[in-house]
Write a protein that binds this ligand. Structure first.
Ligand SMILES: Cc1cc2nc3c(=O)[nH]c(=O)nc-3n(C[C@H](O)[C@H](O)[C@H](O)COP(=O)(O)OP(=O)(O)OC[C@H]3O[C@@H](n4cnc5c(N)ncnc54)[C@H](O)[C@@H]3O)c2cc1C
Length: 344
């Protein structure tokens, strides 16, 4: 028996894969899948390499406008569009996949401990052969197995609002905490948020200041920062998704990396850590380095960066390349525009 803690998209996906070979049970502390939503739900088309989630896409985005503090901006048009997901439908897609493959689910089931081959869920002990922690940023599975490490978090504060927006354009605001965003669901509804280490609320108010809007939902939450030193595999315990800090620190995107790691866990337990690091380790590390560098930027530096990116030869590279692989983009960018070196 394999026990998986957490019925988020990553937990359900890994459960659906493992259920082809093993008996699998998922324990979820909440009573329902996909609620409350704490996500912007934007992913690159790289998700197509993992699963086909087209039915859960509610908007596609061809252009990202990156706006510097001095209000100058660049529009980057992507050859392959980004997807805006209906996160509730998205989570249910993976849940249904797991149910179809015979996974057992228990809701209102809080994992508390793991000792001597038994997990404690609420007040019941259950025998298990292997334990998978897909239980999000504060992973109790990680804590109870001394795999929590020294993880750090960013706070993403987001409102789903009724407001007039451009339907096929995402706006990214530099200099608002780590960054701010406006992601349209359609021309009347958007997800507007800011991510920062300390005070995203101040920047979010600034972002909303000159806009007419009505708040429909608060969708805020914490995002773990990738920790390359974290142990994600220890004897019979495995961590995946946010529980393993598999999130791109530059964009706080955790869905594609989490699902890619889940795919590796679904293939093999033995070399899981080595295998997922081979697939996404370098990109997660580079994203972390980019975040650390950007954290030192002030308004002037962001203005200078956007100025350089406005040049056609640089824009061309970003538009063509897959943003889930920053290493590929960085190298080409430097060849085209050596002055970018001073920003790196
Ligand atoms: C505001 C915000 C915006 C974001 N926007 C994006 C975005 O646009 N694109 C993107 O790719 N990523 C985004 N992310 C990150 C993304 O939401 C996560 O990376 C993703 O949800 C991780 O999925 P998961 O299945 O690993 O964890 P989760 O979705 O967190 O699921 C973990 C599950 O485990 C359950 N659980 C926890 N503890 C226990 C326990 N002890 N016992 C039983 N069950 C337990 C929880 O209830 C939960 O259902 C955003 C995050 C935030 C906060």
């Amino acid at each position: 028996m394999i026990s998986i803690v957490g019925a988020g998209p990553v937990g359900c996906y890994v459960a659906s894969l493992l259920a082809k070979r093993y008996d699998v049970n998922v324990y979820e502390q909440k009573e329902a899948i996909g609620k409350p939503i704490q996500c912007t739900g934007i992913v690159t088309s790289a998700i197509d390499e993992v699963v086909n989630v087209k039915k859960t896409v509610i908007n596609t985005i061809d252009t990202i406008r990156i706006i510097a503090p001095n209000k100058k901006y660049i529009d980057v048009n992507f050859k392959k569009p980004d997807y805006v997901l209906d996160r509730e439908k998205f989570d249910n897609y993976f849940f249904n996949k797991a149910v179809d493959n015979g996974v057992g689910f228990e809701f209102g089931a809080r994992f508390r401990d793991y000792k001597n081959g038994k997990i404690l869920v609420n007040r019941t002990e259950i025998k298990t052969n292997l334990l998978v922690g897909a239980d999000g940023p504060f992973s109790m599975v990680a804590k109870k197995n001394k795999m929590y490490g020294d993880r750090k978090f960013m706070t993403a504060m987001q409102y789903r609002v009724k407001s007039k927006v451009e339907e096929d354009l995402v706006e990214i605001y530099l200099g608002y905490g780590c960054f701010g965003w406006i992601v349209p669901e359609d021309r009347n509804i958007a997800r507007i948020g800011v991510i920062d280490y300390k005070s995203p609320g101040i920047y979010l108010n600034k972002l909303l200041r000159d806009r007419k809007y009505k708040i429909l939902e608060n969708q805020s939450g914490l995002v773990p920062i990738y920790d390359p030193k974290l142990k994600t595999q220890k004897e019979r315990v495995f961590l995946v998704g946010d529980a393993a800090t598999q999130v791109k620190a530059s964009t706080h995107g955790g869905l594609v990396p989490g699902l890619k790691a889940a795919k590796e866990l679904g293939k093999s337990f033995r070399n899981y850590e080595r295998n997922w690091k081979r697939k996404i380790g370098r990109e997660l590390w580079l994203s972390l380095m980019i975040r650390k560098r950007l954290d030192r930027y002030d308004s002037e530096k962001y203005n200078g960066l956007i100025g350089l990116f406005n040049r056609e030869k640089v824009k061309e590279v970003i538009e063509e390349r897959d943003r889930d692989f920053p290493s590929k983009i960085l190298f080409k960018l430097l060849l085209r525009e050596p002055r970018l070196l001073k920003f790196i």
